[in-house]
Design a protein around this ligand. Structure first.
Ligand code: CTP
Length: 477
C-alpha cells in the first residue's frame, strides 16, 4: 500500500485525507471516494439548522483540542447524501468519547452518561443551550469482535477505518470529517457512495449477518425505505444466517420489528422478510397472508391522516403490532408475546383486539347497549385499532359509535338520586343505573321525563315483586 501524501498525520492518512479537503488517492485495498468540500458543506447547510451546526463545530473543536479527530458517520452521512432531512447525529471520535464528553461538560455544563462497555457517552446539554438539540451521543471509533453469533460485540478502541469496517452496510459506513482542516470531506473507503448511487444494500464482510442477525431485518428495512436492492452477493449470504435469528435476544428482535413498524411501508418490509424466510425464523406462525399484512396499511402516520379519528391514540409501532397480530388465536398471541418479551400492556391490547376481531360477525347484529356492555371490558386503544383496520361494515360502526358516543352516555339518575329515594345501597343500584343507561343507548328513552317514567316503572316492578313500599320514597321523585 502506498500513499501519495506521506506527510499527513496518521489518522488522516489512514482515512485517506489531505489537508486540501479532498480524498487524495485511490489504492486497491483502500478505495476512497473524492468529494469536494463545497458539495457536502452546502448540503450540511441545507439539511441542518444553524443550532445543530453550531453544536457540531463546538464538539469537533473540543475533540481537536484534546488531540482527537471527529467525524459524522452512519445514517447521518447516508441521508445527507440522499438529500433527506437528518435529525440523528452520529458523531465518532478517534480517541475516547467519554473523555471528550467529560471535557465538554466541564467547559459548557450539562451532564453526561457514560456507557463504559461500548465506550460511548451521552451529553445532556445545560439550559443555557435553549433552542439547540439537547442530547448528543458521542462514540469512540472502535473495533468489534463477536464471541459467538448473535452475541453483543466486544468493543476495543480503534481507528476510523476499523470503525467503518465494523458496520452493517457500505451505505452506512461513510464518514464526514469535522476537523477544521478537512471539514465536510467524505471518507468512503468501502464504496458506500457508489452503492447509494446504484441503490444497493451490501454487507461489508461475509460474516456480517451471522455475527449480527439483526442486520437481516435492517437490510430489508433500508431496501424498502429507499427502494434499493440487496446486492446479489449479500442476498446469497442470507440462508446461512437464518438459523442464528433464533439466538437473538427477545428485546433485540422486538426492537427490530418496532423499527419496521415505524417505517412508511411496513407491509412491504414484512412481505420481503417472509419471501426471504427471515420472519419465519423468529416464529413460524407469524401472520403473512395478504389480509393480515394489508391491515398494517390502515394504520397511518399522523401526517397522512385526514382526521384525528384516523390515527390511533398510541405509538405507531404499538398500533401496528396490534393490527398485525389481531387475527391470531389467543394461544399464538401468548406464544409470540413470550418469544418477543412484549410488555404486559401490549400483550393485553393485542389479546383484547383479537377477542374483538373474532366476534365482529356477531357484533354486527347487537344492540348498542349490548355492544357497550361488551366493549367496556377492553382498552379503548385496542378497540380503536380494530376499528381503523376494518372496512365499512356494521361492526365498525359499533366500534366507532362506542368510542365516539356510547361510552360516555350516562343516565341523569345516579347513586345519590337512588339514595334519596330511600333505596339502601346495594347491587340493585348498579342494575337499575345500567337499565336506564341501556334505555338511552338503545333509543328507548331520549328525554329526562322518559327516564323518570322508566325509573318509576322499575320501582313499581320491584314493589310488586317484593310487596314492600317502605324503603322507597317514591313521592320524592
Ligand atoms: N450499525 C451497525 N449494525 C447494527 C446497527 C447499527 O453497523 N446492527 C451501525 C450502522 O453504521 C448505522 C449506525 O450503527 O448507520 C447507527 O445505527 P442506527 O441508529 O440504528 O441506524 P441509522 O444509520 O441511524 O439509520 P436509521 O435510524 O435511519 O434506521
Amino acid at each position: 500500500m502506498s500513499y501519495l501524501y506521506p506527510d499527513l498525520d496518521d489518522e488522516h492518512r489512514l482515512a485517506g485525507l489531505g489537508h486540501s479537503g479532498f480524498i487524495l488517492h485511490i489504492i486497491p485495498d483502500f478505495l476512497l471516494q473524492l468529494q469536494p468540500m463545497t458539495d457536502i458543506t452546502e448540503r450540511l447547510t441545507r439539511f441542518t439548522t444553524p443550532e445543530q451546526r453550531e453544536l457540531i463545530h463546538l464538539i469537533a473543536r473540543e475533540a481537536n483540542r484534546l488531540g482527537m479527530h471527529a467525524y459524522l458517520v452512519g445514517g447521518f452521512v447516508r441521508d445527507l447524501l440522499l438529500g433527506r432531512m437528518v435529525n440523528d447525529f452520529d458523531i465518532v471520535v478517534v480517541g475516547n468519547a467519554i473523555t471528550l464528553c467529560r471535557s465538554l461538560v466541564k467547559k459548557y455544563g450539562g451532564r453526561l452518561t457514560p456507557h463504559i462497555l461500548f465506550k460511548t457517552a451521552t451529553w445532556f446539554l445545560p439550559e443555557t443551550f435553549a433552542g439547540h438539540p439537547r442530547v448528543w451521543d458521542l462514540t469512540s471509533a472502535r473495533l468489534e469482535t463477536y464471541a459467538r453469533p448473535a452475541a453483543l460485540p466486544t468493543v476495543t478502541l480503534g481507528t476510523l477505518h476499523d470503525d467503518l469496517r465494523r458496520r452493517d452496510f457500505t451505505i452506512n459506513a461513510m464518514a464526514l470529517c469535522l476537523d477544521s482542516d478537512c471539514f465536510g470531506v467524505l471518507i468512503d473507503p468501502l464504496g458506500g457512495r457508489a452503492d447509494l448511487e446504484h441503490g444497493l444494500i451490501r454487507v461489508i464482510h461475509p460474516r456480517s449477518f451471522i455475527d449480527d442477525p439483526t442486520r437481516l431485518f435492517r437490510a430489508v428495512r433500508y431496501a424498502v425505505r429507499y427502494g434499493f436492492r440487496l446486492a446479489p452477493e449479500t442476498a446469497a449470504l442470507i440462508p446461512d444466517a437464518l438459523p442464528y435469528v433464533d439466538d437473538l435476544s427477545p428485546e433485540r428482535l422486538r426492537h427490530e420489528l418496532d423499527l419496521i413498524f415505524e417505517e412508511g411501508q411496513p407491509t412491504r418490509i414484512l412481505e420481503r422478510l417472509f419471501a426471504l424466510g427471515i420472519l419465519q425464523s423468529i416464529y413460524p406462525p407469524l401472520p403473512s397472508s395478504k389480509a393480515d399484512l394489508a391491515r398494517l396499511r390502515r394504520i397511518r402516520f399522523p401526517s397522512q391522516a385526514t382526521s384525528s379519528s384516523e390515527t390511533p391514540d398510541l405509538p405507531l409501532h404499538e398500533a401496528r403490532w396490534i393490527a398485525w397480530l389481531m387475527a391470531l388465536p389467543t394461544k399464538e398471541i401468548r406464544a409470540i408475546a413470550r418469544r418477543l418479551h412484549f410488555t404486559a400492556d401490549l400483550k393485553k391490547k393485542v389479546l383484547a383486539a383479537s377477542s374483538i376481531f373474532h366476534n365482529l360477525d356477531a357484533m354486527g347484529g347487537w344492540t348498542p347497549s349490548l355492544c357497550t356492555a361488551w366493549l367496556e371490558g377492553f382498552p379503548d386503544q385496542a378497540i380503536q385499532v380494530v376499528s381503523l383496520c376494518l372496512p365499512a361494515v356494521k361492526a365498525r360502526d359499533c366500534l366507532k359509535n362506542y368510542l365516539e358516543q356510547w361510552k360516555t352516555v350516562r343516565p341523569l339518575t345516579n347513586g345519590e338520586t337512588l339514595k334519596a329515594l330511600g333505596l339502601p345501597p346495594g347491587p340493585l343500584y348498579k342494575e337499575w343505573l345500567w337499565q336506564l343507561r341501556a334505555a338511552w343507548l338503545d333509543g328507548a328513552i331520549s328525554t329526562a321525563a322518559e327516564e323518570e317514567m322508566l325509573l318509576h316503572k322499575l320501582i313499581e316492578e320491584r314493589r310488586q315483586k317484593h310487596g314492600d313500599t317502605n324503603d322507597l320514597q317514591s313521592e320524592r321523585m
